[in-house]
Design a protein around this ligand. Structure first.
Ligand SMILES: [Zn+2]
Ligand SMILES: [Zn+2]
Length: 137
């Protein structure tokens, strides 16, 4: 699966910026980056690409639901691959954000709860201690 083929599949125009941003996340599965962090990676591989156009491409890909935007309480919002729906787990010790496997089934709100007509998507953030931190003494 190349960035270019994914863009075409979704009917999106292929630009160098979109291809570079999507390529980064396709080849760093499970990674989540801040906009600045992403920019640093893109800049190393494609020094000719301007910062503003990378941020624009980032938002185009979020609009197309290829990428996800995870707001962080302390600024530094994170972006990641969203080819398939998934939930997140944040380790309160190291701050790392993990994708939870698709098979992970949380308790989901009942669609008959008062304000809900139907649910199209669920994106939950769980907090706790990751196994790497739990095994360090
Ligand atoms: Zn941790
Ligand atoms: Zn994610």
């Amino acid at each position: 699966m190349t960035a270019e083929s994914v863009l075409r599949e979704r009917g999106l125009r292929v630009t160098p910026q979109r291809r570079a941003v999507l390529h980064y996340f396709l080849f760093n599965r499970g990674d989540h980056q801040t906009a600045d962090g992403l920019w640093n990676h893109i800049q190393q591989a494609f020094p000719e690409i301007a910062r503003g156009t990378v941020y624009k491409a980032l938002h185009d890909l979020i609009d197309a639901q290829l990428l996800e935007h995870i707001p962080a309480e302390s600024g530094g919002d994170l972006y990641g691959l969203r080819l398939s729906p998934h939930h997140h787990f944040i380790c309160v010790k190291c701050g790392h954000l993990y994708d939870l496997p698709e098979s992970f089934q949380p308790i989901v709100a009942q669609p008959d709860a008062e304000p809900i007509a139907s649910i199209a998507d669920v994106n939950l953030v769980f907090r706790g201690t990751c196994t790497a931190c739990a095994t360090v003494h």
